[in-house]
Design a protein around this ligand. Structure first.
Ligand SMILES: Nc1ncnc2c1ncn2[C@@H]1O[C@H](COP(=O)(O)OP(=O)(O)OP(=O)(O)O)[C@@H](O)[C@H]1O
Ligand SMILES: [Mg+2]
Length: 563
């Protein structure tokens, strides 16, 4: 193969001395070229490799200018390196080429391109200001055999002649070196990425099994997913009880707060599709998507590229996780989607395990209480009772009134003890006090049910320490209060938003229900509200209901935890 621009055909005769010296020169350059290629292959940093490729190509082929552009899977220019133009001049020329003109040709056509005079070529888009004039041009695609990744091109042969087919073949060699380096770099990136996800998965599982409260568990899950996918915003869509809607109860990132409580119809949303089919989806721009959920139009954040995966295994998902980037950013690559999917299904398993463990611990606790109650009843009471009978019998036989009186007093004490034990047994056998998880799920099921009548899901917030216990009695009052207050919002308030907050601490429980509707009229008939106020009073607490200064109504219902 001849590759040197000045090693034109027909110089000297085969076998003659001229041919010999030609061969020696070629061999010398061939060795030079090999050394250069090996140096390229030994370099790990991709941008250094690409720069070397373009420098060497220009040097070896004898061109004044050279450039190399690589596009990512999303079509954006990922790398652009050049030679022959210094940084200052490049800055004056402005941004890298967009690939619409001549420079994109080899990539678009996946074929080499050779031009004697750039200015006269029909695909030429013209030079930007401050760009040096260029005449001859040769460009080849960089590809992996299946796809074209970019192109490598040279301009202005130093000897002023046009590039020939030898130049083109040699340039193709450099392009091959670049494509190997690119593929290696991408493989390396992928394995690094997998490593990061694995490590995150491990940490997350650890965190979930350490038994933190469920809200923070979900937040941790999506925060991790958001960071790993370099997203701006992440949410969990929960399935409501009717299975017709999905509700946002956990969000993280840009404007996360404002999306809490948003409801999506299961039938007309991407999240619904993903939940029903169990199949993950990437959307290049949610804003333009035909299955864009209605809540997106009226609220921030302005999400563009999105990736949605089921939280859990296909037919047993707890909801759907979505990570999003703001509009205008590049879409999520397929690799990220696959990793996100694995991550979410493992997170769901860990979540379930954690919840099941809490539940088991509770069951064990209740079983223990029941056993103690039985022991007290069957053994302790019987013995105390028998001792009492014995004393009473003895008292009748005693002559001294003083002693008799003492014995009878002891019998009275024993009776009282039996009564106290009975009361303890009763308490032990009474349904146990609600744990935080019971209260939470009881309230959430009421607010879920109310969503239909309201036309939106109330935003629910809990301010509970995990070890707090609510007597069952109180839980029932609480559920009744939330139900009535949300019914009022639905029937009277004409509101677009309702906030339910339950705070338990310092021996008190406070339920606040606020809406942004027409406001509670002063005076007037009270029925459901009066009933709630009376309940609060009977428990030693109070209720206040008032119009808010900035519109809407706020009702606070509070009682002591242990009346
Ligand atoms: N969130 C609210 N926003 C605006 N007005 C309200 C709100 N809650 C109650 N009201 C007004 O206060 C009145 C009294 O409410 P209350 O719950 O006591 O009775 P009700 O809802 O009318 O009847 P019931 O509760 O017996 O079904 C309502 O009729 C309504 O006019
Ligand atoms: Mg009412």
């Amino acid at each position: 193969m001849t590759y040197s621009p000045d090693a034109g055909a027909g110089q000297g005769s085969p076998g003659g001395p001229a041919a010999d010296s030609n061969r020696t020169r070629r061999r010398g350059r061939f060795v030079e070229l090999l050394v250069a290629m090996v140096a390229i292959a030994g370099e790990l940093d991709l941008s250094v490799v690409l720069q070397r490729v373009v420098d060497l190509a220009a040097e070896q082929i004898g061109a004044r200018y050279g450039a190399l552009g690589v596009r990512g899977t999303d079509g954006r220019l990922e790398h652009f390196v050049w030679t022959g133009i210094d940084a200052e001049q490049a800055a004056r020329i402005g941004p890298s080429p967009d690939g619409h003109g001549l420079l994109g040709e080899p990539r678009r056509r996946s074929a080499p391109l050779r031009i004697d005079d750039v200015g006269r070529h029909p695909a030429a888009a013209g030079f930007p200001p401050h760009h040096p004039p260029m005449r001859s041009f040769v460009g080849v695609p960089i590809g992996d055999g299946r796809r074209t990744l970019g192109s490598l091109y040279l301009a202005d042969r130093r000897d002023g002649r046009p590039f020939d087919s030898d130049d083109e073949s040699l340039l193709a060699l450099f392009a091959a070196a670049a494509s190997i380096a690119l593929l290696n770099a991408r493989r390396y990136e992928t394995s690094r990425e997998q490593e990061r996800w694995l490590a995150a998965n491990y940490r997350l599982t650890h965190h979930l099994l350490a038994g933190t409260d469920p809200d923070s568990q979900l937040t941790t899950i999506i925060r991790t997913a958001r960071r790993l996918t370099d997203a701006d915003f992440a949410v969990v869509f929960h399935v409501d009880q009717t299975r017709e809607h999905m509700v946002i109860r956990t969000a993280d990132g840009v404007e996360a707060e404002s999306t809490l409580g948003r409801v999506l119809p299961m039938d007309a949303s991407r999240a619904g599709d993903v939940f029903r089919s169990g199949t993950p989806v990437v959307v290049a721009d949610m804003w333009e998507d035909t299955r864009r959920a209605p809540w997106l139009s009226e609220t921030l954040p302005p999400v563009g590229p999105c990736a949605l995966v089921p939280l859990g295994l296909a037919d047993d998902a707890l909801g759907v996780v979505m990570v999003s980037r703001l509009r205008g950013r590049s879409p999520f690559p397929a690799v990220a989607l696959r990793m996100l999917e694995t991550f979410a299904s493992q997170a769901a398993v860990a979540l379930r395990l954690a919840r099941e463990r809490t539940w088991r611990e509770q069951v064990a606790l209740y079983a223990d209480r029941e056993r103690i109650a039985h022991d007290l009843h069957d053994q302790v009471i019987q013995r105390v009772f028998a001792t009492g009978m014995l004393l009473q019998g003895t008292a009748r036989m005693v002559v001294l009134p003083e002693v008799q009186e003492r014995l009878l007093r002891a019998v009275g004490d024993l009776d009282e003890t039996v009564r106290q034990i009975r009361a303890t047994i009763y308490q032990l056998e009474e349904p146990p006090a609600g744990t935080v998880e019971d209260v939470r799920s009881a309230l959430l099921s009421v607010t879920d049910q109310a969503a239909d009548a309201l036309g939106f899901a109330p935003i629910v917030r809990f301010d509970l320490s995990p070890d707090v216990e609510l007597p069952v009695r109180l839980r029932e009052h609480l559920v009744a209060a939330v139900r009535e207050l949300l019914a009022n919002v639905a029937r009277h308030a004409r509101a677009g938003r309702a906030d339910v907050e339950l705070a338990v601490g310092a021996g008190r429980l406070a339920l606040t229900v606020a809406d942004n509707g027409v406001g509670l009229p002063a005076g007037g008939r009270r029925s459901g509200l009066r009933n709630l106020a009376e309940r609060a009073l009977s428990l030693g607490g109070e209720m206040t209901a008032a119009a808010r200064a900035d519109g809407g109504t706020v009702v606070v219902w509070q009682v002591p935890l242990h009346a």
